[in-house]
Design a protein around this ligand. Structure first.
Ligand SMILES: *[C@@H]1O[C@H](CO)[C@@H](O)[C@H](O)[C@H]1NC(C)=O
Ligand SMILES: *[C@@H]1O[C@H](CO)[C@@H](O)[C@H](O)[C@H]1NC(C)=O
Ligand SMILES: *[C@@H]1O[C@H](CO)[C@@H](O)[C@H](O)[C@H]1NC(C)=O
Ligand SMILES: *[C@@H]1O[C@H](CO)[C@@H](O)[C@H](O)[C@H]1NC(C)=O
Ligand SMILES: *[C@@H]1O[C@H](CO)[C@@H](O)[C@H](O)[C@H]1NC(C)=O
Ligand SMILES: *[C@@H]1O[C@H](CO)[C@@H](O)[C@H](O)[C@H]1NC(C)=O
Length: 272
C-alpha cells in the first residue's frame, strides 16, 4: 500500500485534533452555518409585545452564504415552546437546512417565563427547567445539529438609589442553564454543549454603564426586559463575541462579521 505524504500529514493532523480538547465541531467544516434561534421574547423579533437580542445577532452573519432565523416566541417557556408546536418547527427547519448543506446551530435561551417565583401560574420547577433544557439539546443532536445554551438576558431593573447595582432576578435560572449545558455534553463523542453565559455578561455590562444608559435600550418606557432595535444590535454583538470566544467560535469566525468599535465599548463598559 502506498500512502502519499500529504495524506499522512492530513491523517496525523486529524488524529491530533480528535485527541485534543472537546470541541463541538471537530474538525471545522467548510459548510456555512445556519443559525436557528429558539427562545422567549428576550430572543424574539422586535414587536409591540417583545424583542430581544436575536435579530441584532443575525445582523452580524455573513449571509449569504451563512443563514439565520429568529424563532423566539413571546411569553414562551421550555414547556409551551414544545407543547405549542414551535419546537416541531425548529426540528423541521434543522432537517431542511442540513439537507441544503448547512452546518446547523440552534441557540436555546429561556428562563424569564419559566421562573417559578415570577410566573407561578406556569408551575415549572427549576429541576424541570433544567431537564427540559437537556431534553432540547438531545433533540438538537438527534437531528444532527449543534446546541448552544444561553443563560437568560438580564432584566434592567435598578433600585432608585443604585444605578450601578441592578436587582438580579435570574441567578437560579443562570445556574440551572450552566448545569444543563454540563450534563448534556455528549460524553461518547466528546462533543460539548456550547454555553454562553449571557446573563453574567449582560448583567456586568448593564451595571457598568448604569441605569440611565441601560434604559436607552428599553423597547419602550418602563419596559426593563425587552430591547429596542439598537438594544438588539448591542446585545446581539455581545452574544456574537461570547460565541466567538468559545471553541465553536474558532470554527464560526469566518461567518461572523466583526465590529471592533462596538465590541470595544462593550468590553470597556461604555454606553454604545
Ligand atoms: C409552525 O409552522 C407553521 C408552518 O409555517 C406555521 O403555520 C405555524 O404557525 C408554526 N407554529 C408555531 C407555533 O409557530
Ligand atoms: C404543578 O406541577 C406539579 C408537578 O408536575 C403537579 O404535581 C401539580 O399538580 C401542579 N400544580 C398546579 C397548580 O398545576
Ligand atoms: C448590590 O445589591 C445587593 C442586593 O441589595 C447587595 O447584596 C450587594 O452587596 C450590592 N453590591 C454592590 C457591589 O454594591
Ligand atoms: C457526561 O459526564 C458528566 C461528567 O462526568 C456527567 O455529569 C453527565 O451526566 C454525562 N452526560 C451524559 C449525557 O451522560
Ligand atoms: C455512550 O455509550 C455507551 C456504550 O456504548 C451507551 O451505553 C450509552 O448509552 C452512550 N451514552 C450516550 C449519552 O450516548
Ligand atoms: C459599529 O458599531 C458602531 C457603534 O458602536 C456603529 O456606529 C457603526 O455603524 C457600526 N459599524 C458597522 C460597519 O456596522
Amino acid at each position: 500500500m502506498h500512502l502519499n505524504a500529504a495524506f499522512l500529514v492530513t491523517l496525523l493532523l486529524s488524529s491530533a485534533t480528535l485527541a485534543g480538547a472537546k470541541s463541538p465541531c471537530n474538525p471545522c467544516t467548510s459548510k456555512p452555518p445556519a443559525f436557528i434561534l429558539a427562545g422567549d421574547s428576550t430572543t424574539a423579533v422586535q414587536s409591540a409585545g417583545g424583542g430581544g437580542w436575536g435579530n441584532g445577532f443575525l445582523s452580524f452573519l455573513e449571509a449569504p452564504p451563512a443563514w439565520g432565523v429568529n424563532k423566539g416566541h413571546n411569553g414562551a417557556t421550555t414547556v409551551s415552546f414544545v407543547k405549542g408546536g414551535d419546537w416541531a418547527n425548529v426540528t423541521r427547519l434543522i432537517d431542511e437546512k442540513n439537507a441544503e448543506g448547512f452546518q446547523v446551530w440552534v441557540t436555546v435561551q429561556f428562563g424569564h417565563n419559566d421562573q417559578c417565583h415570577q410566573k407561578p401560574d406556569k408551575n415549572i420547577s427549576l429541576a424541570q427547567y433544567t431537564t427540559n433544557l437537556i431534553s432540547l439539546t438531545r433533540s438538537i443532536r438527534r437531528h444532527s445539529a449543534h446546541p448552544i445554551l444561553l443563560t437568560p438576558l438580564t432584566r434592567r431593573s435598578f433600585p432608585a438609589d443604585s444605578p450601578h447595582n441592578l436587582t438580579d432576578t435570574l441567578q437560579n435560572e443562570r445556574l440551572a442553564t450552566i448545569a444543563a449545558a454540563a450534563s448534556s455534553s455528549n460524553n461518547n463523542t466528546t462533543e460539548t454543549t456550547t454555553l454562553l453565559d449571557l446573563n453574567a455578561a449582560s448583567l456586568k455590562y448593564v451595571n457598568r454603564i448604569g441605569s440611565d444608559a441601560a434604559h436607552a435600550y428599553d423597547l419602550k418606557e418602563g419596559d426593563n426586559t425587552h430591547l429596542n432595535d439598537w438594544g438588539s444590535v448591542v446585545f446581539g454583538r455581545l452574544v456574537a463575541d461570547l460565541l466567538l470566544a468559545t471553541e465553536a467560535g474558532e470554527c464560526l469566525g469566518p461567518w461572523i462579521r466583526r465590529n471592533e468599535t462596538l465590541s470595544q465599548a462593550i468590553r470597556d463598559g461604555a454606553p454604545a
